[in-house]
Design a protein around this ligand. Sequence first.
Ligand SMILES: [Zn+2]
Length: 248
Amino acid sequence: MIEFKKPNRFVEKVFIHCSDSDITSHDDWKVIDGWHKERGWEGIGYHYFITKKGELQIGRPLEKIPSAQYGYNTGSIAICVSGSKDFTEKSFVTLRQLCDEIDVEYDKLTFHGHCEVDKNKTCPVFDYKSVLGLNDKGYLKPSNSKELKPTPQENRVVEKHSVEVNKWYNNKLKIKMTNKLLQDNEGNLSSKRVAGYIVLATYLTLSVSGFYFMADIPVNKLSLLNGMGIMMLGLLGVGVIEKFAKKK
Ligand SMILES: [Zn+2]
């Protein structure tokens, strides 16, 4: 079993790709990793690579947004199947297993080929819709345990509704919380950064209020100079936080 673990970031779509090569030496995620590094990316743009023998290889960490479908990377998981013309049934078995495991973890998740979001591409070339058994909207046909669980009709409607409301609320919250300042290069919220700024803001508030109000110091040249000193420390703090937040 694959043991797919749901990432913390929001995911709503899975994209299927192919490696566009039937050369034996290209049948490995490390080769793709090399190609993508040459493009100046962080490394392999896909989360999974499936070899012709059906081996599942792990690429980019799931917590990271893929670099795989230009303009459609956010909210997606990217899977690459080895091959250009010659695909193997072994790869397809692994692909189906992986997609089933991913699907079980989500209430509403659709599966797509790269070609659906890039009209100039035929990727992943093979008939992924019938390999995976997708319906016309990209949902996996009921084959997993989630769908087989008998649920009374009324409950099903309520469940569906609360899932929708929760998703809507989470998205709202995400938009509110996600401030450009707190995101890293790939648009992800950095917890280090958030923690850093909270500490810094507390420090600045305490020192400024303590300095001017509690200590009852008159506002003159010297005290203003001290105030500037606190501001400089604040700026230094921002520098330190940024340095740490960028380090992975
Ligand atoms: Zn592709």
